[in-house]
Write a protein that binds this ligand. Structure first.
Ligand SMILES: [Zn+2]
Length: 157
């Protein structure tokens, strides 16, 4: 599978990641799944629920709340998730994956990312170095869930 991402979508992710620096930003990729590619038609920016540690901790507790914060963890509000999925379906598109940023860390999935991922979906990661967006990569969980595989990203105009 290839992830086909519009230039405008890449720009939207870059802007979001820079705007939320030094926190992790997150959002959803919507579009259509084709035979050998996922074609993104829309990017929806969401708030990182780790910004609200009390509520986030109730929904999906982290082991170490002092070290695991909005700066290195993200969490999508389940209510946002439901709303976005419903809106997407109404417009004939589907959730293809998610994106989040790695402030001052490489654009590679962490163990935490892998443990909280589902198969099939594309997980786009953008690295942000000192506030400046850098590499954008995409990852898909292997069927056995033991590894993330790099997914080809094709930027389309
Ligand atoms: Zn991550």
């Amino acid at each position: 599978m290839t992830l086909k991402l519009g230039d405008v979508h890449r720009e939207a992710i870059r802007r979001h990641s820079a705007g939320d620096y030094p926190s992790e930003c997150c959002g959803v990729l919507l579009g259509k799944a084709e035979v050998d590619a996922k074609r993104v038609t829309e990017v929806v920016a969401l708030k990182n629920l780790r910004h609200d540690p009390g509520r986030a901790q109730k929904l999906l507790p982290v082991d170490d709340p002092v070290r695991e914060t909005e700066r290195n963890r993200f969490l999508i509000d389940p209510l946002d998730q439901l709303r976005v999925e419903k809106d997407a379906r109404a417009r004939g598109s589907e959730v293809l994956g998610y994106y989040h940023s790695h402030p001052d860390h490489p654009a590679r999935p962490s163990i935490y990312d892998r443990e909280h991922a589902w198969p099939w979906y594309s997980y786009v990661i953008i690295s942000v170095e000192r506030g400046v967006p850098k590499d954008l990569t995409s990852w898909v969980l292997a069927e056995d869930r033991w590894a993330f595989r790099a997914e080809q990203v094709e930027i389309v105009v």
